[in-house]
Design a protein. Sequence first.
Length: 345
Amino acid sequence: MALLDGLLVLDLTMWRPGPYATQLLAQLGADVLKVEPPGGEPMRMFGNHFDLLNQHKRSLALNLKDPEDRSRCLQLARDADVFVEGYRPGVADRLGVGYEIVRERNPRIVYCSLSGYGAQGDLADVPGHDVNYRAYTGALPPDAVSPDADELPVADMGAATMAAFAITAGVLKARQTGRGDRIDLGMADVLANWVGTVPVAKNRNGGAGPVPGYGVYPTKDGGKITLGVVSEGHLWAATCRALGLERHAATSFLERLGRVSELDAEIAAAIAPLTRDEAVALLTAVGAPVAPVLSRDEMMELDHFQQRGVIAAGTVGSPVRTTAHPPLPPGPIAELDQHRGQGWQ
């Protein structure tokens, strides 16, 4: 048994944020019924992408503009625990599956609306995607450039994870009280919350990190490594010893803060003659906080994530590890409308 066995989730979302949120629930055992438009979710055209976000779900094709299909959707909502939609604000209402309509049929349902800027507010009707949400929330650096197609969509993934958390909290309360809730989650809201927790830097260090030994460092083979030294004296000392900078090993944190550019430049110069793998091996051996900058392919092949089940058989497993009720391993991808006529089972 998994943690969310018996949780019934009606999923009307498409593209990335909603499907990832409901996949997180499915990997923990929830029964997710994916309601797709006629012809299927557009992302089915990109099979590899679709498959990574839609494991362990069932599929039902419904045309919500058709009264009979809409009635079927509401019938399923009557018995569901969770209803998730990712339309622009107001669209679910126009389609006849908005919160008030669903709540009339099922007062205990947890109804999650996932949109760019949320259902209310000055920006509610503004269209957008990940790069827009990052721009509005101060999550793009001043020297930002246009993202590559394979860049991690931080707003999408962050909001999806927050949605799964909020849905689970809502279900817990609904089971205690018999009363559901409406979750209005904007992707920009999540980034604004994250950015708001990071104080504004009063000065910059001319390309160095915030403290010496914290940042990204090029290696001679064109690779890069990262170091994560902050205030810890033993981590700073280990880094210095590994790189032949013993003269700085006893430098206090306060003094390091006053010499950021100078000390970080020496660290960078000591790393530059090494290959990426040489630098990682050298620094790891003395207990320094080092990591290579990996590509996606390299990450997928890393033993660590495979051992933990986060990556398995070339696809993604659950990021959650539990002991008594383990998450499901990577699983099947439903064909479009494969589960018509099954209802909740």
